[in-house]
Design a protein around this ligand. Structure first.
Ligand SMILES: [Zn+2]
Length: 84
């Protein structure tokens, strides 16, 4: 049981490690990092966010169904006004 939970968590961490390369912050040019705040099944959702390490500008997406949104939030962070 405990091992099963560990494998589940490890699997989710591995998914995060293949995250897309983040562009620098559009406001200050600082380095961005992705963070995941895991909820608890049935009560609080997972929250995927990207934030600038320098100025703390941040975007976030809420995963109500516990789907992995790391790609989603990474693409949202990387989107710029002149992108298609
Ligand atoms: Zn910034």
């Amino acid at each position: 049981m405990i091992l099963q939970i560990f494998v589940q968590i490890a699997g989710r961490i591995c998914e995060v490690n293949r995250m897309i390369k983040l562009k620098p912050c559009p406001f200050c040019g600082g380095e961005a990092e992705m963070g995941i705040k895991y909820g608890d099944y049935g009560y609080n959702p997972d929250i995927y966010s990207v934030k600038c390490k320098r100025c703390n500008a941040r975007i976030g997406k809420v995963s109500d169904n516990y789907a992995d949104l790391s790609d989603d939030v990474g693409k949202a962070w990387n989107r710029r006004v002149n992108d298609d």
